[in-house]
Design a protein around this ligand. Structure first.
Ligand SMILES: Nc1ncnc2c1ncn2[C@@H]1O[C@H](COP(=O)(O)OP(=O)(O)O)[C@@H](O)[C@H]1O
Ligand SMILES: [Mg+2]
Length: 355
């Protein structure tokens, strides 16, 4: 299929906030720690989710108990259990150390239906479209909120997220989040973070920081690279990759990514099984680079097959002028994910459907 055959993607919605396909089946048991901090992080997170009395469990237990009136015994009001206050855990570390794996494992292990998993960017977007009051009311019913990739990119987000999270904690919600940046260093290099020191410090204070160190786990996996145009064409003809297969030229992809909010990229990729991307070249602007990073994040999360033609090392898709700047970690993470995606073999041959 081609770009003009794609349907307009829907905006993110409150329904279906769960881990993406790549992380849908992960568990604490499938996490193989490679570093002492990873053992500690796994144990702390496991204790955090298994040790909590979820409000929904409390409600079920209370409903099952006979009421004081039925049993004709007197119940002292102070014996009623106070609701557990909210709590926050912040997994902080480099990319590829398994933070998202652990986050999705926590989601899976939490024995409550009132749990939600989404990316930080999706969260900020949802608060924006719903308005703060409605977002707070909707999310206040959650026992557990899992937020992947906490990144304060602009001052507006800082205030919004601080207010929103304070309300979550007050409502008794447990929040687990992952980030490549320690909480107190959020915003640095991206905006005048010192003007928001108070807000950032208050955010940081509401989380227990759990460091996750170690080498990029993806280095252990087969590393892919750009293909030549001839190799890409041959793969496109012969490879039994999942359908529908989107065939797209580099400039066409960049146009597509510029035409919508990044929170819609997931909705685009929900429509395809594989992407054949022709003629990757270095990205001249930081804006295009951030859009491409986000697109690769979604390809990765959704386990879409990617094949691409280009030249040189993968990291060189980001121009030297900004590569090591404020978003350096995002660029490195993207190169790591690209290497994993491009190295992934296609499973058994599946019939390809032409739309
Ligand atoms: N210790 C581990 N045991 C098993 N799989 C791991 C481990 N660490 C990472 N992985 C796998 O490596 C990939 C990258 O991990 P991920 O959780 O995305 O890292 P991060 O979020 O820290 O960048 C995922 O496929 C994940 O399941
Ligand atoms: Mg991650």
């Amino acid at each position: 299929m081609t770009v003009d055959q794609l349907d307009p993607p829907p905006p993110p919605s409150l329904r279906d906030l769960r881990p993406p396909p790549r992380f849908a089946g992960v568990a604490f048991e499938t996490y193989a720690p490679q570093d002492p901090t990873q053992v500690a992080a796994r144990d702390r997170l496991q204790e955090f989710v298994l040790g909590r009395a979820w409000r929904h469990e409390e409600a079920t237990r209370r409903a099952a108990e006979p009421t004081a009136r039925q049993t004709r015994t007197l119940r002292w009001p102070w014996r009623r259990q106070a609701p557990q206050p909210g709590a926050g855990l912040y997994l902080d570390g480099g990319f590829g150390v398994g933070k998202t794996h652990l986050l999705a494992a926590a989601y899976a292990a939490a024995d409550t239906p009132a749990k939600r998993y989404l990316s930080f960017q999706e969260l900020v977007y949802l608060i924006g479209v719903m308005g703060m009051a409605r977002a707070q009311a909707e999310f206040a019913t959650s026992d557990l909120l899992c937020v992947d990739e906490f990144e304060l990119d602009d001052p507006g987000n800082t205030l919004i997220v601080k207010t929103f999270l304070a309300a979550c904690f007050a409502a008794g919600t447990a929040v687990v989040t992952t980030s490549n940046t320690p909480p107190a260093a959020q915003g640095q290099g991206r905006f005048n973070a010192s003007d928001f020191k108070r807000e950032i410090q208050s955010l940081a204070a509401s989380f227990e920081v759990v460091p996750v160190n170690g080498a990029d786990f993806r280095q252990r996996l087969k590393q892919g690279s750009w293909l030549s145009e001839a190799e890409l064409a041959a793969r496109q003809d012969r490879e039994g990759s999942p359908a529908p297969r989107l065939i797209v030229a580099w400039d066409e992809l960049l146009e597509l990514l510029r035409s919508m909010h990044p929170t819609r990229f997931g909705g685009v990729l929900a429509q395809v099984g594989s992407v054949y991307l022709h003629g990757v070249r270095p990205l001249a602007s930081q804006n295009d680079a951030l859009r491409f990073v986000h697109f690769v994040d979604k390809l990765y999360d959704r386990q879409v097959v990617l094949r691409a033609s280009g030249e040189g090392p993968l990291a060189d898709v980001f121009d030297a002028s900004y590569r090591e700047g404020a978003y350096a970690k995002k660029h490195h993470r993207c190169a790591s994910r690209l290497a994993e995606l491009l190295g992934e073999e296609v499973g058994e041959r599946r019939p390809s459907v032409t739309l």
